[in-house]
Design a binder for this molecule. Structure first.
Ligand code: IMP
Length: 428
């Protein structure tokens, strides 16, 4: 049975939650691979509208096990809140598990995220200020605290004491900020989070291995988007994790050889939050209209997203780096009223054509997109359930995207609810 990774293939916010919600119905296990509360999905299904940040989107199906994987970073207070709000809506969360290896976002990580951003001045990355980068820094520096540590009083106290001593030096001497002197209170609070989350925290390796042995369908839920990958994205305007298919395996704790398919989620246009180059960005009324119709405001921070045309250069690069075999194209209906729709097929800089994503953000910030123009279909598509139901102009547009990206079309979504989708390929 397949193991499939579902990845955002642009700059995040492609509609992952919606696609994972759809696919989870056929999976037995959904594993969230990385990131933390910087991510945010809106899922609309028969049970209501939900904003998820940490909990995998398979939570709505009691037959699916949902794992918050070893590669994630967890703010326990936010997770408890998310669990409480799911329970308040009548969702059973007993099918949720948290890897004991996942790292904990501590109060000083939030503080440092804010201080580091402010000290960057004009070079601000525009992080979500959820402490994500600093938590991964501590993981790499091997001074992080893991979810499993929250269950052991002595380990937690000794780790927190030594880390806080170091963090306090950074806070006071580097940033002139007040030291965190409430170590005992923080310790008791995190111990209490550990007690509340204890039923969920466990070794997940045996569970994943058993699922592999039994050939059960497993879905790896990627985080953020391929172009925010720390190695292959628009560095330094990226998140701190490997957001591609290799990172998905690493963060989930599944071997890359187990992976049978990679679904790349692409929005029918492009968006980005935070700073960083965005060659096809729109600064006009069309961009504003797409933002309003597509409700392009961050699920996590509420920030208006930057909006632009579909960038096939970046999209193909993401497909090639990650072995994307199938495209899930989202929000096609948002373009229903756009008269002329553009696809960027190359970049130009000083009379030279560039056909792949440059590593230099300075260069990417200066390139001029080369566009193909497509007449809009100017017809509602939200009721289409097969590709033939789409107006011809829309069919041409989605087929051209598939051709330029170099992967087959698997799903096209034409609205936010579960049934507003055209299925062209069975993924499980
Ligand atoms: P961080 O992940 O909070 O450190 O933010 C780094 C960059 O990634 C910023 O530009 C954020 O706006 C962006 N980012 C992080 N998470 C998401 C996401 O889930 N969707 C879109 N952008 C994100």
């Amino acid at each position: 049975m397949p193991v499939v990774a579902v990845l955002g293939a642009q700059w995040g916010d492609e509609g992952k939650g919606r696609i994972v919600d759809l696919l989870a119905a056929k999976a037995k296990l959904v594993v969230r691979a990385g990131g933390g509360t910087n991510a945010g999905h809106t899922v609309i299904n028969h049970l209501g509208t939900f904003k998820l940040h940490l909990v995998p989107a398979g939570i709505f199906d009691p037959n699916v096990l949902n794992v918050i994987g070893p590669g994630t970073v967890i703010d326990p207070a936010a997770l408890l809140e998310e669990i409480a709000s799911l329970r308040a809506a009548g969702i059973d969360t007993s099918n949720l598990m948290i890897s004991e290896r996942a790292h904990v976002v501590m109060p000083y990580h939030f503080q440092l995220d804010g201080l580091e951003e402010s000290s960057r001045g004009a070079n601000e990355i525009g992080t979500t200020r959820r402490g994500i980068g600093p938590t991964y820094v501590d993981k790499a520096a091997r001074i992080g605290i893991r979810m499993g540590d929250l269950l052991h009083e002595e380990t937690l106290l000794s780790r927190m004491t030594s880390v806080l001593e170091q963090k306090n030096k950074v806070l006071t001497r580097l940033y002139n900020a007040p030291a965190d002197t409430a170590i005992h209170d923080t310790y008791l609070r995190y111990l209490d989070y550990g007690r509340q989350l204890e039923p969920f925290i466990r070794p997940i390796h045996p569970i994943l291995q058993e699922a592999l042995r039994q050939d059960q369908p497993i879905l790896i839920e990627g985080n953020q988007g391929a172009l925010l990958d720390v190695d292959h994205g628009t560095f330094p305007y990226v998140t701190s994790t490997a957001t591609g298919s290799a990172g998905a395996c690493q963060g989930a704790g599944l071997p890359p050889t187990a992976l049978n398919g990679v679904v790349g989620i692409y929005k029918a246009y492009a968006t980005r939050v935070g700073a960083g180059p965005f060659p096809t960005e729109l600064h006009d009324a069309t961009g504003e209209s797409i933002r309003q119709v597509g409700q392009e405001f961050g699920t996590t921070t509420g920030r208006p997203r930057r909006v632009g045309w579909f960038d096939a250069v970046a999209a193909r690069y993401a497909a090639e780096i990650n072995g994307i075999s199938t495209i899930a194209l989202t929000k096609l209906d948002v373009l229903d009223d756009v008269e002329t729709i553009r696809i960027c097929t190359g970049y130009r800089f000083n009379d030279t054509q560039i056909d792949t994503l440059p590593s230099s953000v300075a260069l990417l910030g200066k390139v001029e997109p080369i566009y193909e123009d497509y007449p809009g279909w100017m017809t509602p598509t939200r009721d289409a359930r097969s590709i033939d139901d789409l107006p011809e102009a829309a069919q041409r547009y989605v087929r051209r995207i598939s051709q330029l990206v170099g992967a087959r079309l698997g799903l096209v979504s034409v609205g936010p609810s579960r049934e507003q989708v055209i299925v062209l390929q069975t993924i499980f």
